[in-house]
Design a protein around this ligand. Structure first.
Ligand code: PMP
Length: 439
């Protein structure tokens, strides 16, 4: 029974688990953009297991590739060679521009960011790390804990209820007010200068006048689909490099065509990172992640012993390879662009119609819908109200995420096989839940 399942979860699994919904969904099966619970209730999945199922739940071709590899070889560790890791590294790097040609495979985005942090420090010989308030780069101790209350991953008390100096590694966290989109006209964002000014200040205070790495998600994911002012990232990269730092694009959410117009999020900013961190969509739900960097920066790792037992696992690499093939065959990136644009337009109608929809933003199939008390002040809609709308949406058969600095942003990031018909269905239900709240 449902009570039984809850009891098991509470007694046998860590209380650290975040459980969505008062009455959580017990998911049994998935196919493409659809999920079914153990009672046979169907849900349109607009959250994709936190932006991870890229080409579709249990996509038949990815499944086939995994099965084929399961029959041959599951595991060896990286100390032996095996064909899938070499084939996949070649294929993956063919999607990256410039000198981004050397891969290090891990199993999760947090591990990949840990590794990128190590490489940035080894390569530059510097210590300071810069990231954004409202950013999310993982939850292993390295990106989280620091002295002076600064983290690579940040948030009010969303992720860290109590902090203590477990590992004293970080020095700086850039307090950019990127917790919401600004309301300037496109291409004329006044916030850009303010942000650059803050970055300048942070750089001024970095120790030894040098910074190791600057982390940015091309569009903030957990933070609520927050976009930077046009041109900001390009200038920020130049300033960081001037101080000897390297620039890291965290593409864990934005990569693999999610933003529609480009394969990688950094391409939408016309910048060239020194390192790209990827996870989630890379494996369509199979654990796989990577850091891809230049041969020069990769050399820094010769100074460190860094082992990862499962990283580059044969099955994971076969899956990663199949995901890229499927993306080509299914036109996934184009679909993300087309259906994403349609989705944004349909949601914009809700923004125009309802006083509590403060903003609709995003790119491709990475969308945020911000709920407010008042459109003018943008005061966030209180948490319990946000939750009640979100629960109603679930009860009507649609799953979406929730996030943002104030927890008032609906996060919509479905498997990229979504259709316009699905959008109509999803938006109708979101509309109904908002109408019910506003009654
Ligand atoms: N970076 C970003 C941008 C993320 O969104 C996440 C996960 N939400 C991570 C890193 C960490 O990935 P993982 O949960 O696989 O460790």
């Amino acid at each position: 029974s449902y009570e039984d399942a809850m009891h098991r979860r509470k007694t046998k699994l860590t209380p650290a688990l975040l459980t969505y919904y008062k009455k959580p969904v017990m998911v049994y099966q998935g196919h493409m953009q659809w999920l079914w619970d153990v009672h046979g209730q169907r849900y349109l999945d607009l959250f994709a297991g936190i932006v991870t199922v890229s080409v579709g739940h249990c996509h038949p071709k990815v499944k086939e590739a995994a099965k084929e590899q399961l029959d041959l070889l599951w595991h060896t560790t990286n100390v032996y060679m095996h064909p899938p890791i070499h084939e996949y590294a070649e294929k993956l790097t063919s999607y990256l521009p410039g000198d981004l040609k050397v891969c290090y495979f891990t199993n999760s985005g947090s591990e990949a960011n840990d590794l990128a942090l190590l490489m940035a420090r080894l390569h530059t010989g510097s210590f300071d790390i810069i990231s954004f308030r409202n950013a999310y780069h993982g939850c292993s101790p390295t990106p989280w804990f620091a002295n002076d209350n600064v983290f690579l991953t940040s948030g009010p008390k969303l992720y860290v209820k109590r902090h203590f100096p477990l590992i004293c590694l970080m020095r700086f966290c850039l307090i950019l007010q990127t917790d919401r989109s600004c309301s300037c006209a496109a291409g004329e964002c006044m916030a850009k200068d303010m942000y650059l000014e803050q970055l300048h200040e942070v750089l001024r205070y970095s120790t030894g006048k040098r910074v190791a790495g600057f982390w940015a998600e091309p569009v903030q994911g957990v933070g609520g689909a927050v976009q930077y002012p046009k041109g900001f990232l390009k200038e920020a990269y130049a300033m960081v490099r001037e101080r000897g730092g390297i620039c890291i694009a965290d593409e864990v959410q934005t990569g693999f065509g999610r933003l529609g117009s480009h394969f990688w999020g950094f391409q939408t900013h016309d910048v060239m990172p020194d390192m790209v961190v990827m996870a989630k969509g890379i494996g369509n739900g199979y654990p796989l992640a990577a850091v891809v960097t230049t041969p020069e920066i990769a050399q820094s790792m010769t100074q460190a012993l860094h082992l990862n037992t499962f990283g580059g696992n044969p099955v994971a690499c076969a899956v990663g390879s199949a995901v890229l093939d499927v993306m080509e065959e299914d036109g996934t990136q184009q679909n993300s662009a087309d259906v994403g644009t349609y989705f944004l337009l349909e949601l914009a109608k809700l923004r125009d119609e309802f006083s509590i929809v403060g903003d609709v933003r995003g790119k491709g199939l990475m969308i945020g819908l911000e709920l407010v008390k008042d459109k003018g002040t943008r005061e966030p809609l209180p948490g319990p109200d946000v939750v009640s709308i979100w629960e109603d949406i679930k009860d009507m058969g649609v799953l979406i995420g929730k996030g943002g600095f104030y927890g008032n942003v609906f996060r919509i990031k479905p498997p990229m096989c979504l259709t316009k018909q699905d959008v109509d269905f999803g938006v109708a239900i979101i509309r109904r839940a908002i109408e019910k709240y506003c009654e």
